[in-house]
Design a protein around this ligand. Structure first.
Ligand SMILES: [Zn+2]
Length: 238
């Protein structure tokens, strides 16, 4: 059966759009599942509402499993302390984020939270990561300084196909995915060996585990642009 027909057939037979919620490492997520697919999606910063809007609408049309943080703020609270949810994928990154955001926290409290994250991180990672060979797509928005220019010196390879829009770019951890995305009209960088510095982000973890991961980053509010990037990826990556 041709691939598209097979996909339509499966969608027809698995038309379910199941919404559930679950708590992982102290963070509340809504999960959206449609059909059977190794494709995984993630919204981890609650205030990135363009990415949230895009992901919810994308899940109405295609197969996959999406996790969306339910809070509407960038930071989450774990054990009473503030932390950036995209910095807790390693103990080192979590410690740096906790110290920066909770400067007055007692050391015993800090280590209690770090120990808790060590215990609960494997469950979080298991839930978010795709099955072997599958792809995890994370959606992010930026509003201001951050752009592809910050990632260029940290990257193994770059394809600056849209240099006049540096805030819109994709970051891949797989060389084969990068090679395909580099043929798109969008800025793309590859980070699979670099950077060596572990900031506790999910891209660093995926690079280390050799998991296929693509971050689609776009300016907050740039919904048509971010949708075009996601659509290109959906059509061109296995
Ligand atoms: Zn983000």
């Amino acid at each position: 059966m041709p691939q598209t027909t097979r996909r339509d057939f499966l969608l027809c037979w698995f038309p379910f759009f199941r919404r559930r919620s679950r708590t992982l490492a102290g963070i509340r997520f809504e999960t959206l599942r449609r059909g059977r697919s190794s494709r995984r999606y993630l919204l981890i910063h609650g205030d990135e509402h363009t990415a949230r809007q895009l992901l919810v609408s994308h899940m109405k049309a295609g197969p996959g499993l999406a996790h969306l943080v339910t809070g509407r703020e960038r930071l989450v609270t774990v054990g009473g302390a503030r932390i950036d949810p995209n910095r807790l994928f390693s103990r080192t990154g979590a410690e740096r984020s906790l110290r920066r955001l909770n400067p007055d926290m007692a050391p015993e409290r800090l280590y209690q939270i770090l120990d808790r994250l060590d215990r609960e991180r494997p469950g979080l990672v298991r839930a978010l990561l795709p099955p072997r060979g599958g792809l995890l797509v994370a959606l992010h928005n930026n509003s201001g300084g951050y752009s592809v220019r910050d990632e260029i010196p940290l990257s193994d390879e770059t394809a600056l196909n849209d240099p006049s829009h540096p805030h819109d770019f994709m970051l891949a951890t797989g060389p084969e995915d990068f090679a395909r995305l580099a043929r798109s009209p969008f800025n793309t960088v590859l980070q699979h060996r670099r950077p060596e510095f572990d900031d506790g982000s999910l891209s660093r973890l995926c690079a280390r585990l050799r998991v296929r991961y693509v971050n689609i980053e776009a300016a907050l509010g740039a919904l048509p642009k971010q949708a075009a990037m996601l659509s290109w990826l959906t059509q061109h990556l296995p």
